[in-house]
Design a protein around this ligand. Structure first.
Ligand code: SF4
Ligand code: SF4
Length: 346
């Protein structure tokens, strides 16, 4: 029986990644001008302080892919499994739960299933946060609590490793000599680090006056006719950055095309901010107006999913805020909805 907590020195962690490279295509975050991007591991590892610019969706449902049928592809079987190192709490939690619900409940998407089962996730604590991060406001912590195989937290010249799954346990068992037992001082160090980041983060969140997470469902449900939708939508240029960067967004478009081997069906990411997202043959479009599309995004995330699976389809990662050239800010939208509904009650 392996302990749930272990310690690994920095140099041994690199050896672990080298060993994993034999079975997996390993991706780690790499920094470019204070932003992290997923890059293939080439022998060096840099711990990311906060989330990467892009989410994990690309690893489970590639942006464009060839599929064999409506419910997934055999192509997934041919891919080398992927090991994602440094995923943050906002990449896991509700993000993976929403994707699992969409692609695994009912008609199973076999391509997604294979990629999810084959991949290994080594997550990590946030040791800092971006100006756009607000996971705490949604009741999520800046460190992973679930859905990882292994989690690493920075401690004294190495990492405290937490095992989160059988796959993680197997990884440790196959690389036993690289790990050491962990003592109470190291466990305490992790707790102190987590507490101090959370405390500092709370100071950033408080001035935002973001409503309590328990209110969000009602704010959206009762805010259907709010004047902010047309006002905010006027600024939207339909670039799609908010939907493509979101770790919970999952919509796609099927298309038929051909290459040198013949015809095939393809799948490409799609999303509700695009004008033709709901256009059907004949030209009818249920979300014809930009304000309808903007509101739809919030309804889907804060009304549709809570009603079905009691989860918000938002992890508070702030990527939609960061990516929006029109500066449409989810945090401001909820603050305004709250203010507007409170003043209507007076
Ligand atoms: S809606 Fe925005 S903040 Fe929420 S998970 Fe998606 S990108 Fe992140
Ligand atoms: S990122 Fe901003 S401008 Fe682009 S589609 Fe989303 S809301 Fe519109």
């Amino acid at each position: 029986m392996i302990n749930k907590y272990l310690y690994i020195k920095n140099n041994n962690f690199l050896r672990l990644l080298d060993n994993l490279s034999a079975d997996y295509k390993v991706f780690t975050p790499q920094e470019t001008r204070k932003n992290y991007f997923w890059k293939e591991y080439k022998g060096a590892f840099e711990f990311s302080k906060y989330r990467s610019v892009t989410n994990l969706r690309q690893f489970f449902t590639p942006a464009v892919e060839q599929i064999d049928n409506y419910f997934g592809s055999n192509k997934a079987q041919e891919r080398k499994p992927i090991c994602i190192v440094g995923a943050k709490a906002c990449d896991l939690g509700n993000a993976l739960k929403i994707h699992d619900y969409v692609f695994l409940e009912g008609d199973v998407d076999s391509a997604y299933k294979q990629l999810r089962e084959k991949n290994l996730i080594i997550s990590s604590d946030c040791t800092a946060f971006k100006e756009t991060c607000f996971c705490l406001a949604l009741g999520n912590m800046p460190y992973p609590e679930e859905l990882f195989d292994l989690n690493i937290s920075c401690v004294n010249d190495g990492y405290l490793v937490e095992i989160g799954s059988k796959k993680g346990e197997g990884t440790v068992a196959s690389n036993k000599s690289l790990f050491e037992t962990v003592n109470d001082t190291t466990l305490k160090e992790r707790e102190n680090n987590r507490n101090s980041v959370t405390k500092e983060f709370r100071c950033q969140i408080e001035p935002l006056e973001f409503p309590k997470d328990s209110l969000l469902y009602n704010l959206i449900k009762n805010g259907y006719g709010d004047k902010l939708w047309p006002e905010e939508a006027l600024k939207c240029v339909e670039c799609g950055a908010c939907i493509m960067n979101c770790p919970t967004c999952h919509c796609f478009l099927l298309f038929d095309t051909k290459d040198k081997d013949g015809y095939f069906k393809g799948r490409v990411w799609d999303g509700c901010q695009y004008k033709n997202f709901t256009r059907v043959a004949g030209g009818a479009n249920a979300l014809r107006l930009r304000e309808q599309r903007l509101r739809n995004r919030y309804i889907k995330k804060f009304e549709f999913f809570p009603e079905r699976i009691k989860l918000y389809a938002c992890t508070g990662c702030g990527r939609c805020v960061e990516g929006c050239p029109a500066k449409i800010d989810i945090r401001k939208i909820f603050k305004l909805l709250n203010e507007n509904q409170n003043s209507a009650k007076k």
